[in-house]
Ligand binder design. Sequence first.
Ligand SMILES: NC(=O)c1ccc[n+]([C@@H]2O[C@H](COP(=O)([O-])OP(=O)(O)OC[C@H]3O[C@@H](n4cnc5c(N)ncnc54)[C@H](OP(=O)(O)O)[C@@H]3O)[C@@H](O)[C@H]2O)c1
Length: 266
Amino acid sequence: MLGRRRRSLAGSRIAVTGASGGIGLALAEELARRGARLILNARREEVLREVSERLAALGAEVACAPGDIADETVRARVLATASERFGGLDILVNNAGVGAFGRFAEADPANLRRILEVDFFATAELTRAAIPLLRQGTRPAVVNIGSILGHRGIPYAVEYSAAKFAVRGFSEALRPELGKLGIDLLLVSPGTTDTGFFDNVLAMRVKLPWRTGQGGGVSPAKVAAATADALERGRKEIIPSAAGRALVLANRWFPGVVDWWLARYG
Ligand SMILES: NC(=O)c1ccc[n+]([C@@H]2O[C@H](COP(=O)([O-])OP(=O)(O)OC[C@H]3O[C@@H](n4cnc5c(N)ncnc54)[C@H](OP(=O)(O)O)[C@@H]3O)[C@@H](O)[C@H]2O)c1
């Protein structure tokens, strides 16, 4: 049974995109602690090398495949690195992501394109390219880092909500196809997480009413541990925060109330 089986991460060959900071970095650390062999990607090569050296000093086997994951040649490099360094790939974690905040009508159209490129198209195309390798892997899986905003869209985050809905729809539709090939698919939908995400957005043209200051939300270490646990348990989907689960439930049972609440901010 796909939903119940257990998998050990020890020795697993796992590629993580966006691993130089935030959730991706925390996940790389958590997976290294559980004995995984890692292929790490992000654009900032120097930071990635530092992470890699730190994890290697703790005994982990780590390879780097730096570059912009929206670039097809970089995606190919991630997979080639897995093959060349570890002889294959067992788990792909599509984590790299970016957002933008502000009114859609006033936003730069380039942001819509870029967010979809990084958050959705790179996820979809890296997954497609990885399927032949994953099919030959041990207990293979794809992990897509979505967002709570892939369950409920919110004003001022229109492009990002659309991209994360796309990731969720993609994951749901693809899961049975991958299942037939023996590949699991885990969708992780974090709520607000205490990372550099809000500093790294393409635009911050509005003061978010539900964000009162810097930081806040759950720790990336908690999201990482929940993700690794879910992988070990063969789960299909997790929402690793109580606030996130509350929003999804409220939206399911009282959509009119959530509409009313969000309309005040429109
Ligand atoms: N933080 C939150 O509240 C939150 C909530 C829900 C979902 N998420 C999702 O969680 C994932 C990780 O976000 P985070 O919070 O950890 O954000 P973050 O702290 O900004 O980290 C993003 C990571 O992705 C990398 N990255 C960004 N664009 C990239 C690209 N084009 N190619 C390769 N790497 C790229 C960054 O490194 P470089 O700059 O070195 O490339 C960094 O390592 C994203 O998919 C995000 O949408 C976050």
